[in-house]
Design a protein around this ligand. Sequence first.
Ligand code: URP
Ligand code: ZN
Ligand code: ZN
Length: 473
Amino acid sequence: MSAPHDLAIRGGTIVTASDRFRADLGIRDGVITDIASRIEGAKEEIDATGLMVLPGGIDAHVHLAQPTSDGTVMADDFASGTRSAAAGGNTTVLPFAMQVKGTSLRDCVTAYHAQAEGQCYTDVSFHLVISDPTPQVLGQELPALVRDGYTSFKVFMTYDDLVLNDAELLEVFEVARRERALVMVHAEGHDAIKHMTRRLEEQGKTAPYYHAEAHHQIAEREATHRAISHAQLTDVPVMIVHVSGRDPMEQIQWAQKRGMKVHAETCPQYIALTRDDLKGLNMDFEGAKYVCSPPPRDIDSQNAIWEGLRDGTFEVFSSDHCPFFFEGSDGTGKDNPRARTSFKWVPNGIPGVETRLPILFSEGVSKGRITLERFAALTSTNPAKLYGLYPQKGALVIGADADITLWDPAREEVITQERLHHGSDYTPYEGMQIKGWPVRTILRGQTIVLDGVVLGAKGFGAYQTRGTSGAMA
Ligand code: URP
Ligand code: ZN
Ligand code: ZN
């Protein structure tokens, strides 16, 4: 008689978004087939004694191989980005298929699939970015794409080549409502940022640090409130992404208290970095390593973000992995000649797909700020629900994909560039002490990373077509 399970994970503590308990877990054909106090007779066994058995990380906000308006080359393609994600305990990532202005959204999606095909170590699924909401895009392409399983898309309230005006935002929100897609909003006020940038440059304040002044929290607060108001007018759920601090968070809480369907995401840079990091060493160019939008804020904002992670204001904790080279080899890294003339030319974004989970585990779970269950909810179960992957992903239940990360809660490590698998030539978290480490990543029953060694095959990661967001329920 053949063994009932291909794999048994034995002796660990299973952690879900709502519970933790001691049990063995059985897997067959890549799917969880049993959860019981004792599972015998599997073809292969993993001893998880002393380990936490969590749903594999789902990073719902990453940028890979994205086109840029100035020709800057991203430091990660699908191979290096998903390899890095897997090493950091993730089993699924959601990058953005970005519409380049003047081009067809469908063509951009097709081209993005061609880049991903056969390259991925983790499972992937694409959000869309709407940068050119023409009648053709809103009337035909977008509805058809949502029906094909691209059930979430991002819009920007800033960046010259991406910004939508209020009329365009309202039109896009109406399509989201009609097609039952989840809109993700980058909420920073474009005109306020441009104004602040001009004034700072006039005063000769061009170092990377002034990026944090130009992208002021007030501009984020204003845009967050505007996005919420547009969502209220059009009666559509929204996801405010990469919320950086207390002021925008309070706008979100204002809406949530009134029963509006406003969801929110935050990221490691808003709990582990502050705007002072952008000073580098004595206001030098090292600060460019921390330039992202919105920028990290201050300790008060960090504390507010922790409150929001605890009380449910934030349902999703993503990396916003947006990797550039610092030096690079082709003059398009963060340290490029034009960027040295003004912070406004420093490519916006930092790498973080591999460090997201260890940072939240260490700073959150190990330091007693959040529970393990909340960790599982923020990093896997909630993103699966909100982006239409649940319960196939983000759940340790019978019938779900066996996407599992084993955590050693006692293991102490230090983040260094040397140990990471991403394409960037630096990490903004260099030297950070971590307690709690992902020791094994399992994708659909196959170990893809063991103790930092990538064992999975390039191409084993598969594209996931998604259902309707749980936000539409
Ligand atoms: O600085 C950042 N976050 N760049 C990535 C693009 C975005 O807005 O998410
Ligand atoms: Zn953004
Ligand atoms: Zn982003």
